[in-house]
Ligand binder design. Structure first.
Ligand SMILES: Nc1nc2c(ncn2[C@@H]2O[C@H](COP(=O)(O)OP(=O)(O)OP(=O)(O)O)[C@@H](O)[C@H]2O)c(=O)[nH]1
Length: 583
């Protein structure tokens, strides 16, 4: 069973409350940094749940909680067919309501069709709350004042409404008859323990129902599992924390583990198990065991694990053919390989499952990937990203990973931009915005270097100078007349070059351009008034065919409407001679 939810909504606290340990106390910043799993035996559950649970009703040994710091490892477990995460608790802060990671978690639950319940956490923070330590929700609810009850109800109904917006029919858990069709919402407080008995009771009921049907663990065969985390451990070197969902693993077993390059074949040196009611991340509480059976979270110490990847498969060889097992691991890795392109961005993620989820999201956003790997952002990633020709692809997108400090330096000197986030769609959004910014800047420079369309007319009685240069008063009908632009006049539909603008004056002041509606005097180098041009003539700024094409196809949305009108009139004239002009 996995616990999901937005940052700080109380996943760790809730697990802590349940397991009765105080991991959170020793954790820097109280942020979940590692993945752990805790088995809570049935007798402990029933003692917490009190009257709500009768142990005789259950034939499950207890519940195994996987503490996911993000939903990605959950995805990994699901996609590997891990029976461990068959049901889920989605934690939502009653005051905060739905947040980005709540939605992302819901999306994963929806796609994987995982039964789940919602823990509406932190009910003790409802103003005026009168806490009743560890009480079932009904008891404590009844003892609250009318106002407090009303406030809580409002928050709960908002959560139920949010769930329904996402397509889930939900209700307070005691009103739910069929948990298969409806999502039960359980009000709890991880702080005071209120509602925790209810939560456990519902979880037991759900697991009993689903696990009995869906879980068939072969406890005797060679072990099958998934790497949750790769960790350096004093005295052991690189170790892997795995979830074993099938079979057994023993000391001295030969195992095959998915690696960055090839599958790693190695031998188990030590199996380190958390003591009962401890969890993998509290290091000092390991004990050495000879053998472990599914389902369990276990730390494996073995040589050559440096290349192992979180999310990768682990298989015990035992009496099977080594090549067959290697092939199985390879096949499983291939099924989660990310398609890469010749050019694109570099993607890093903390587990294979999250890498896969990132790749899906980027594929949807039509962002090509040149390289996708599990692990922190390292200098060699910067090297790869810096070789991209397109500045939009000189980018690294890191999901739930750190940036090594030497990589950070390299990124600065090599002009590589790194984005990191803990929410996939936010990461994609940040990148989208970045791309938009670059495109806008590119368009701005294109606009600066492109002839802008304009149609203007020489005003009667406004010839100030005949030639060298001709100086005439004009009115701009549409578009933008810019200094140094080339002027043409259409004879029928044939553009004739007239000359070049060598100065624009508006009310005696020099200006760089004149916009539609302006009356200005322009100096035109080339023509003589009365010969090539006459008063009342309609003149145009010449648009080279290439520019016309860019303007029409790429910048039509960027330029002002009157300029677009001038462009279209210009195109009409050109195309009446040559239908493919500027296409
Ligand atoms: N008052 C109150 N505070 C709570 C409750 N549950 C959690 N908190 C507080 O909320 C903060 C976040 O709780 P965590 O358990 O670390 O939240 P989390 O979801 O595990 O957060 P991450 O591990 O960072 O994703 C901590 O300061 C907790 O003490 C609750 O029921 N009531």
């Amino acid at each position: 069973m996995a616990v999901l939810g937005h940052v700080d909504h109380g996943k760790t606290s809730l697990l802590d409350k349940i397991r009765g340990s105080a991991v959170i106390e020793g954790e820097a910043g109280a942020i979940t940094q590692h993945i752990g799993a805790t088995a809570v035996p049935l007798d402990i559950i029933s003692s917490i749940a009190g009257d709500l649970v009768d142990p005789d009703d259950f034939d499950l040994p207890g519940l195994l909680f996987i503490d996911t710091p993000g939903h990605h490892s959950f995805t990994t477990l699901r996609s590997r067919g891990g029976a461990l995460a068959d049901i889920a608790i989605l934690v939502v802060d009653v005051n905060d309501g739905f947040q980005p990671q709540t939605l992302e978690a819901l999306d994963i639950l929806k796609r994987s069709q995982t039964p789940f319940i919602v823990a509406a956490n932190k009910i003790d923070t409802v103003p005026g709350w009168d806490p009743n330590e560890d009480a079932p929700i009904n008891d404590t609810y009844e003892s609250q004042s009318e106002r407090v009850r009303q406030r809580l109800d409002e928050s709960l109904y908002e959560i139920i409404g949010n769930l329904s917006d996402e397509g889930f029919s939900a209700d307070l858990y005691w009103r739910v008859q069929n948990f298969q069709r409806n999502v039960g919402v359980v009000p709890v407080s991880a702080m005071t323990g209120e509602g925790v008995p209810d939560l456990l009771t519902v979880m037991m009921g759900l697991s009993q129902r689903y696990m009995k049907e869906e879980m068939e663990i072969d406890v005797s065969g060679p072990g099958v599992g998934t790497v949750l985390e790769v960790k350096e451990e004093k005295g052991f070197g690189k170790t892997v924390d795995i979830v074993l969902y099938d079979g057994t693993i023993k000391e001295d077993d030969t195992i095959v583990v998915g690696g960055q390059n090839d599958p790693i074949v190695t031998e188990v040196r030590a199996l380190l198990q958390p003591r009962p009611l401890a969890e993998i991340r509290t290091e000092s509480r390991f004990e050495n065991v000879d053998e472990v059976g599914a389902a369990a979270g276990i730390k494996v110490a073995a040589p050559e694990l440096g290349d192992a990847m979180a999310g990768a498969p682990v298989r015990v060889v035992r009496d099977r053919d080594l090549d067959d097992v290697i092939e199985e691991v390879q096949a499983e890795l291939a099924s989660i390989a990310v398609d890469t392109a010749e050019e694109g961005v570099v993607v890093k993620a903390d587990t294979l499952g999250s890498l896969e989820a990132m790749a899906d999201a980027l594929d949807e956003a039509e962002v090509p990937i040149v390289r996708a790997e599990v692990g922190d952002v390292a200098p060699r990633d910067i090297s790869v990203a810096s070789t991209a020709e397109d500045p939009k692809q000189q980018v690294i997108l890191g999901f739930n990973v750190d940036v090594l400090s030497d990589a950070e330096h390299r990124a600065e000197t090599d002009d590589v931009t790194i984005f990191t986030d803990e929410v996939i769609y936010q990461l994609v959004e940040e990148y989208d915005e970045y791309v938009e910014g670059i495109e806008q800047a590119q368009q701005d420079t294109i606009l600066e270097n492109i002839s802008r369309p304009a149609r203007f007319r020489i005003l009667p009685d406004h010839t100030f100078r005949q030639n060298d240069p001709a100086v005439v008063g004009v009115e701009v009908n549409s578009g933008t007349v810019q200094n140094n632009a080339t002027v043409v006049k259409f004879e029928g539909n044939e553009p004739e070059r007239v000359g070049q603008i060598k100065g624009i004056q508006e009310q005696g002041e020099d200006v760089d351009e004149a916009r539609a509606g302006n009356r200005v005097s322009v100096a035109i180098d080339g023509p003589t008034v009365g010969r090539q041009i006459e008063e009342d003539d309609e003149l145009w700024i010449q648009i080279p065919e290439k520019h016309a094409k860019i303007l029409e196809q790429e910048l039509a949305d960027e330029i002002p409407a009157d300029e677009l009108e001038a462009l279209n009139m210009y195109l009409d004239k050109q195309r009446s001679r040559d239908p493919f002009w500027g296409k």
